[in-house]
Structures are given as structure tokens and as C-alpha cells.
Design a protein around this ligand. Structure first.
Ligand SMILES: [Zn+2]
Length: 350
């Protein structure tokens, strides 16, 4: 049985030692559920391999702490190993260090100053359709009620606010097939894509300040396909373009912008996720930032804070792991960050 009240560094090691690659979190989820259900001050609910544990103290405010239980595939890095302040292993930084802080607080704060909801979920590291938090939103929206959500993804102890949105379009550039020995009879689709690439090269990405956080957009070709054979003038070239957009644009506005920039080329949307506004003007978020004592920064990648923001819940990323080490074979976490995050959150919730 997991000892949630143990030193959170040891708890992190214990969590890493139970493999939980996306889609096989069941055993770890069982162990965490068993440990949470032993705590009389929490109500525990489960949906699939996602757990929601809540205090019900009738406090006026509720804070939600969230972490995913799954990891990317193991790369000869389980069980964990310890060398000084370095705890190595799959999922140490992303994000069992955050989970350990969250679970330790769940076990050792029977009477927090605010009501607290602890969420642990499955399948964050795979395609969005399988995401456990997405499923919780669809099945049990009421379990997630809160004034502030803190997603404990790795941020090296920084507060990262909101997140950028992302969309991808395929731009199909047509041509006319011909034998390359008689190329004047055809129209080369790859050549026809050149003006499109020039438009992308010349594009000046916007920078925008929202609630003191600087978001930097980017519009990039991320793939090109084209060509039929070594002696054929190609009749099709497809350029895949990714737009990372600041959260003051909706997905629809972002797509309209891409279409305008890439006109007259035809853009077919293949993938889209909204951004999340930083929400730092919300009193609950301001209180959190003061308690942690760091200046919030913009989050550039997409994270599950966007799911909370879409529910109207201000959401921040804050966690002890190092985002630069996530998903690496040599993934590790500085255990001092685990101790520090535990102390800061304990102070904030007490
Ligand atoms: Zn993660």
C-alpha cells in the first residue's frame, strides 16, 4: 500500500516504481484509490482510471489540484534511482513529482483553509480523445467545480499562466502531371508552393501581453509532401502549417487569420485546440501567485489548463518537475523542488 503521508520525495519514488504508461494506469490507480479511501476526510470518486477526492468542509472557496497518472513509454528507466538530490526515472518530472506533492497534501491536510479537490487522471500523454480529464468533464462536470485549478505539470517551480492555442491546416497546391522530359506540358505543384512558403517566411508573428504575460505566436510549415516519381512533374504538393496562437484569439478567429495570411491558397483544418486566457485577474489566481511568490509567465505549449479555462475556471500550471527533462530517457527531478512545492502549497492551503 502507498504511504501518502511519507516524505513526498519517497512517495514520488514509490509512484515511479509502479509503471503506468498511458493506457495501463489501472494498477497505480488502484493503489492510489486504496490509499485515498483510507482517509476519512475525503470523498473519493472514480471514473475509469481517474480519481477525484474532495474535502467537504463548507469553506467558501475551493481549489483543485490536478495531475495525470500516466507516463510516456518506459526507456530502461524504471525503477527509480537516487543520486544525491537527483531522483531519476520515467515520469519523475512529468509528472509523478507533482502527483506526490498533491497526494501528500491530500493525506496530511485534513482541515485546509479552503475546500480542496484532488484530481488524478489517465491518458494525458496520448491523443486528446483518450484524455481522462476530458472524460471527467463529459461524465462528471460537477466533480470539477472549483474557484481555481492548479495543474501540477512540470514548470520548475514557476507559475505558468494560461496556454496558447494550436491548429493545423493542410494546404493542397495543385499542378498538372507530365513527363519531366516534356515538362512544358505540365504544371509543377511543388514549384507552385513556393509563393506559399515565401508568405510563411515573410509572416511577422504577433506578440501580445495579456495580464502581464507575453505570448509569442508562430506560424510554421511543419511538413511538406509532394512528388510522384523521379521522371514526373508532380500534380500535387501539400504543405502542413501549424499556428500557435495567443489565447486572446478563439479557434475560429485563429483559423480565419491563417486563411487570410495564406490566401489565395485553400486551407483545410485538420486539428484544433483552443488556448486558455491566463485568468490572473481572478482573485483566487492572484492569491495563489502571491502565496507562491513568483512572477507568472506565459505558457507556450498546450496543456490541460485549457480544459479548465473552457469551463470558466481560472487555471495555472505549477509543478516541481523540470519541463526540459520531460519525456527523456534520462528524465530526473531535483528533489529539493518537491520539498519546496510541498511547503509552498501547504502554506497556501493552510
Ligand atoms: Zn505531463
Amino acid at each position: 500500500m502507498l504511504d501518502l503521508a511519507a516524505d513526498p520525495v519517497d512517495l514520488c519514488a514509490a509512484l515511479v516504481d509502479v509503471p503506468s504508461v498511458s493506457g495501463s494506469e489501472g494498477h497505480l490507480c488502484d493503489l492510489v484509490e486504496q490509499a485515498l479511501r483510507a482517509l476519512p476526510h475525503l470523498t473519493v470518486d472514480r471514473d475509469g482510471d481517474a480519481l477525484v477526492a474532495r474535502t467537504s468542509l463548507g469553506r467558501g472557496r475551493r481549489v483543485l489540484l490536478a495531475g495525470h497518472l500516466d507516463t510516456v513509454p518506459i526507456a530502461d528507466n524504471v525503477p527509480s534511482t537516487r543520486d544525491g538530490d537527483r531522483l531519476s526515472g520515467c515520469g519523475t518530472s512529468d509528472m509523478k513529482a507533482g502527483d506526490a506533492v498533491l497526494l501528500h497534501l491530500a493525506a496530511t491536510l485534513p482541515e485546509p483553509a479552503v475546500d480542496v479537490t484532488y484530481v488524478l487522471y489517465d491518458n494525458e500523454e496520448v491523443e486528446a480523445a483518450r484524455n481522462g480529464l476530458k472524460r471527467l468533464v463529459e461524465h462528471h462536470r460537477d466533480w470539477l467545480d472549483a474557484d481555481l485549478a492548479v495543474v501540477m505539470e512540470p514548470t520548475s517551480g514557476q507559475v505558468e499562466a494560461g496556454c496558447q492555442g494550436t491548429l493545423r491546416v493542410d494546404v493542397a497546391v495543385p499542378g498538372k502531371r507530365a513527363h519531366s522530359a516534356r515538362s512544358w506540358l505540365g504544371e509543377n505543384a511543388i514549384h507552385a508552393a513556393a509563393p506559399l512558403l515565401v508568405q510563411l517566411v515573410r509572416y511577422e508573428a504577433r506578440e501580445v501581453d495579456i495580464d502581464g504575460c507575453l505570448y509569442r505566436e508562430g506560424l510554421n510549415a511543419v511538413g511538406v509532401t509532394g512528388g510522384v516519381a523521379g521522371n514526373v512533374v508532380p500534380d500535387l504538393c501539400t504543405v502542413t502549417v501549424n499556428f500557435r496562437f495567443a489565447p486572446d484569439r478563439t479557434e475560429e478567429e485563429a483559423l480565419a487569420h491563417v486563411r487570410e495570411v495564406l490566401a489565395p491558397y485553400d486551407c483545410v483544418l485538420t486539428d484544433s485546440s483552443p488556448g486558455a486566457l491566463p485568468g490572473l485577474t481572478a482573485p483566487a489566481a492572484q492569491h495563489f501567485v502571491q502565496a507562491v511568490g513568483v512572477t507568472p509567465q506565459a505558457k507556450y505549449g498546450w496543456t490541460d489548463v485549457a480544459r479548465f479555462a473552457a469551463l470558466g475556471i481560472p487555471a495555472l500550471n505549477y509543478g516541481p518537475g523540470d519541463p526540459g527533462l520531460a519525456h527523456k530517457r534520462e528524465e530526473w527531478v531535483d528533489v529539493r523542488r518537491i520539498t519546496e512545492a510541498t511547503a509552498l502549497l501547504r502554506g497556501y492551503l493552510s
